[in-house]
Design a protein around this ligand. Sequence first.
Ligand code: BGP
Length: 476
Amino acid sequence: MSIFKENFLWGGAVAAHQLEGGWQDGGKGISVADVMTVGANGVPRRITEGVLAGENYPNHEAIDFYGRYKEDVKLFAELGLKCFRTSIAWTRIFPKGDEPEPNEAGLQFYDDLFDECLKYGIEPVITLSHFEMPYHLVTEYGGWRNRKMIDFFARFAEVCFSRYKNKVKYWMTFNEINNQANFQEDFAPFTNSGLKFEAGEDREKIMYQAAHYELVASAKAIELGHKINPDFEIGCMIAMVPIYPYSCSPSDMMAATVAMQRRYWFTDVHCKGRYPSYMKRYFERKEFELDITAEDESQLTKGTVDYIGFSYYMSFAIKDHDKGPAYDYDEAHDLVKNPYVKASEWGWQIDPTGLRYAMNWFNDRYELPLFIVENGFGAVDEITEDGGIHDEYRIEYLREHIEAMQEAVIYDGIDLMGYTPWGFIDLVSAGTGEMKKRYGFIYVDKDNDGSGTLNRSKKDSFYWFQNVIATNGEVL
Ligand code: BGP
């Protein structure tokens, strides 16, 4: 008997804006991803006021999956995928976000894509909002700082659930909803909630308000989805980066506990349908008077998730920094390097044991099935003289993480639904907009400047992962 379930969802994960391109095809509107330029050399992507002539906007063409999805899905089938995690670009369905009627050409595109997947027995796993909300909702309404977003999102979700109810069973509402806990930076709140901050604004308060509306919208969508098709499995999607105490000093331990609460309270609301005590107390202490109504609280209880989807790439470590009992976690400043683990070229700390730890952390609290919907190794790949890409470093990273998953199943009895490595076909990096930060088993010939043939080819990891799937994870 194999370690993983018979129907284990081996797959690959991407997001619409990072691979589709075709940013104005089929009536698509402009999304937040379309107004971000490429970043490079450690400089983050720039969020522009709109689309500026002459700037490099990598998502506009991406890897042209929009034009090439049939050949690509054929390759995914050759890889042996059981499922394919992607997102529905909100702006293909509602180009501006507030129109009365959806855009038929956009709906048809996903019908065709899902049919193509199902033809090969590949199950679509769909994220509704993956860093690609309509930019019009930002300029006209201020994004998720505005309560009106709840109904715009719920309508988008309802249209998708109804249209694809016989083609898609597994859904997630918001990608990495909690990474906006890093509110000091522009990127995470902008991509999640469409928040643009004015000078002098209380970013933290605004982030909590936006997150609250998103959580209510998620609950509303889940309730609707279960009515449309009771067989739907609808999950959340949490960016899981465990935060370890730097030392065994009690104050480091407490700092790590508080930091984990600030990053992961979102999971409590998704899974339990209510705010944890420490967040209620925190809002009071900070005098954040948030718009949280009794009706919202009731809605949250009616839309809890069926499973926990999460991404896992790395772990963090934290020192107390003498902050005392009323410690306010500040992700941009409080983290320190962990001397026990290596890091990638982008400083992401590689820690397979952290994946088993994370799975236990979720399992202890929520006892829900887990789905690892992102994991992977971003690296610069070199084409060697024989024309191949020998990405042993990527295989090693994935092998060690799958071993950690096995340990969590064997020793901890965790209910694991599936595993979809991130960016299994090279695509635009969300964080930097670069092409050179690659995660794929399938290489795409395109560089940071946007040049290249867009041809696809197989790396060594392709054949390795093909065999992992074929043996249900027995041969790594
Ligand atoms: C997650 C996002 C993905 C993705 C991945 C890798 O945060 O859900 O969209 O891109 O991280 O990050 P990056 O592309 O910055 O390397």
